[in-house]
Write a protein that binds this ligand. Sequence first.
Ligand code: SF4
Length: 463
Amino acid sequence: MMKKPCSLAVLQIIPKHHHLLPVGLVKALAILDEGGHPYGFYDIERSPEPDFRSALLQLLSSIKEETVLVSMACHNNYPKIESLIFLYLYLPLLKDKKVIICSAYFSLYETSLIQRKNVVFSPLDIDEYVAKHMGAPHLTEEVFGQRLEEALTRYGYQNYRFWGYLTFGCYAKCSFCYNRLPFEGAPTITQRPPDAVLQWMLRAKRFGKTYFEFCEPNFISDRPLVEAFLKRLKQENPGVTWRCKTRLDDMDPDIYSLMTAAGCRTIFLGVEHVDLALLRRIRKGENSAEKLAEFLKYRRKETDIHLSFMMGIRGETPSALRRNLEMVLKIGAVEGMEPNIGWQISFNRRNRAPAVPNYIIPFMFIMNFLPSHMEISPALMRDILVMCRQEPFFDFWCMTESQESLSLMQHLAAFLKSRPQQKVIRDYDRLLSYEGGELTKLVLKSQTLEDLNRSVLSMAGVR
Ligand code: SF4
């Protein structure tokens, strides 16, 4: 029998983030193979090219098939920065192909900007799309589950971490948040059936994966659901350990006990700032430093704590930044505590106060969000800066509400330089040493924000 010609390419553009299993992609590949549908697989993770931009461009130019099925955000379903870069910068390179982009999270993108005749946006994740259009009828969820181990080995994902959601969304309204869905609407929380989550965790354990990751933005967003789930988890899956993220004001000794009894060993909490007035400004809705102090009184050593802090909030002064940095250093000196500090991003343009550009911010953003094993070339930064300046949707990458963004950056650079031995704040190492420290020099020597912006654009070759 003649082999069917291969006309489908599966394109995977998200490099691994923390080794989280891209289960939707694995399932899509398994469905295609089970159904005897030939396809070419183009995976950025398998590229020998270390630079992200070159790897992506080489991948796109090597596609021979006529139809390209793009797997987006498949590592934990959050839209990743790579998907923004691909969609808005490099998708036009596939103009001669039919491109089907699969994501259940398009509400986070501005798809009207990238509508093209050759592009179809599917609101289904890639496995659901493939099942619907090319499905192998015998590859049910149950059969896939039974064959999962073999599939993970076949596609090279046996060392990845299992993860899942019990809920998605958040009831809070922090102004900087990009987790809420839909992006511009009222906060909503969707629930997944606890049975399905428990089954998935048990399946992971059968492969020897006893460490699980809950990826929802706020694990305790629906307390009754979570309490019932934790009681079942403790009973039905003893020995499993896991990580989650949650809001500090949802924590108390009772829920903490339930969580630890059910295997929670790492909690990610957002503190953001020690200054209460600044927290109010970002609608954080809790005195998180105070809440953290309360939590630390009953936290036990078995729980590792990851904490996020933020700079660049409107009204933040260098002295407020210093207090926050001192707090980060103090907390980071405690065993089992791991803080990080990011720059506030003004995603939600409806609610943001007057903003001004600072072209160092896209560098901060890219260097903190692209996985550290991928290199970031000046060519990628040039493309991104050009896009930030041309396309209003993208101005969240460079605009800041902070009136003192230059002095905050100068203060940060000086603070870190004066503490070369500290090992707690590592978030800006990549930025400060980029191109032999060129960006740091520009930050430190600029007299005004306009000076800084001019110099950054000129260094990047943007006119
Ligand atoms: S608590 Fe976290 S998930 Fe909820 S809105 Fe704030 S930042 Fe987003």
